[in-house]
Design a protein around this ligand. Structure first.
Ligand code: PPS
Length: 284
């Protein structure tokens, strides 16, 4: 009898799981469509930084931050400055009303294909990267950040078929390449930026119409180097972003390791309540 009940429960949950998954993604899709297509109001000075993942997004975010601010680096995570457009809305970490409150120019990170990106009079910076390099970088990212357990061969086949997050690299690039000469699109290659960072950082500054004083340049160039950013990795790593979204704090596990803090922190009332529970439940 127990076995029969267990089997029935197993079958029931087997049936429910895909249904719940389907319904959840349907609800998310409808919500996302409503927010992006109906509620979001684009501004003429919005800047969308768009890429297929692993193509230099974070680097360009830092470039934009250094160009658009006095260049301090004491932010918790770059996503708190420039929202990750679709992720924030999809996971409800931000609402369209929150986006409405952001000061201009708003700068958004996005991996959306051309057809999905909100259209307006704003500017679009698209960074493209060699697809084979993207595949390798994305494979490592899938393993370290998305729980992928397979080997590169398996991942590469999925990548070619577009069965990865943000789907086909080929379709993504192609969708944006068609618009590369539009006056409000700055289409850059990651490899070109690597070869001559300063030239392309200046291009980005001009495109965004940021006024940079000559004395600001050395700091901007220093803070956007790979070495500098790697030293501050936590401020850029999506793992930090996820922890912050969930209200979790890193490096807080080891706190004091001392005795007597309870006595100092509890109020007299809390101490009485504690003692009452102690007397009620502990009788040895
Ligand atoms: S993500 O996850 O989509 O946001 O990734 P993304 O930021 O687009 O790309 C990550 C790759 O960019 C490299 N990166 C840099 N290259 C040069 N200079 C700087 N400053 C820089 N910052 C990040 C990063 O190392 C990833 O590439 P790989 O090949 O994996 O090292």
């Amino acid at each position: 009898m127990k076995r029969l009940i267990s089997w029935s429960m197993k079958m029931f949950s087997k049936f429910l799981h895909p249904l719940i998954k389907l319904l959840t993604s349907l609800v998310k899709g409808v919500d996302f469509y409503r927010q992006v297509k109906l509620d979001f109001v684009a501004r003429p000075d919005d800047i969308f930084l768009v890429t297929y993942p692993r193509s230099g997004t974070t680097w360009t975010q830092m470039i934009l931050y250094q160009l658009s601010s006095n260049g301090n680096t004491d932010f918790t995570h770059i996503s708190r400055i420039f929202p990750y457009f679709e992720r924030s809305l999809m996971f409800n970490t931000i609402t369209v009303a929150d986006l409405d409150k952001l000061p201009s120019p708003r700068i958004f990170k996005s991996h959306l294909p051309y057809d999905y990106i909100p259209k307006g009079a704003g500017k679009y910076i698209y960074i493209a990267r060699n697809g084979q390099d993207v595949a390798v970088s994305y494979y490592h990212f899938h393993r370290t950040h998305l729980g992928f357990k397979g080997d590169f061969d398996e991942f590469f086949n999925l990548f070619l078929k577009g069965k990865v997050l943000y789907r086909s690299w080929f379709a993504h690039i192609n969708g944006w390449l068609v618009h590369k000469d539009s006056p409000n699109v700055l289409f850059l290659w990651y490899e070109d930026m690597l070869k001559d960072s300063e030239k392309y950082i200046r291009k980005i500054a001009d495109f965004c119409e940021f006024q940079i004083e000559p004395e600001q340049w050395p700091e901007i160039l220093k803070r956007t180097t790979f070495d500098f950013m790697k030293k501050h990795a936590k401020q850029f790593d999506p793992i930090t972003e996820r922890l912050l979204d969930d209200g979790l704090i890193q490096d807080a596990f080891f706190r004091q390791g001392k005795a007597g803090e309870g006595k100092q922190c509890l109020t007299a009332e809390q101490k009485i309540l504690f003692q009452k529970n102690f007397d009620k439940y502990i009788d040895v």
